[in-house]
Ligand binder design. Sequence first.
Ligand code: CA2
Length: 149
Amino acid sequence: MPSILVLNGPNLNLLGTRQPEVYGSVTLAMVEQACADHAKSLGLSVDCLQSNHEGALIDAIHAAKGQHQGIVLNAGAYTHTSIALMDALISVELPAVEVHLSNIHAREPFRHVSYISKAALGQICGFGAHGYVLALDALANHLKEAGAE
Ligand code: CA2
């Protein structure tokens, strides 16, 4: 069964506890459970990990090679700053879908730039926690099409 790494970056451990008007009221544990449930319905499995540390996120991306067939990544604020995360994603050559809870393009200009997008199949933003489910759908479809080639 193909396995997907669901990776969340800095401050996303606070989901559901603060700023619900921006990020919703769903907790990270609820997001991860929804990912596990939806992945199962798609014939996938997930491993979920959250870290507030850039190096730990890079290590997790490196470790995904050979263990996982795709990555769902919400890199939090590192999205807008981290060439290192972009390089890590490019280096492992795994299909990745970028997720943001909020519509980053409707927010401050500094959030409009994403280094992650340069290494991702695509970006899903603005749909709250449902974005993770949409990302799994996109990855499942991508893996199916890649397998059919
Ligand atoms: O919209 C998203 O998912 C973001 O990746 C969230 C990041 C932000 O820096 C990005 O621009 C967009 C921030 C994550 C902070 O998460 C919190 C959740 C609840 C309470 C406080 C922070």
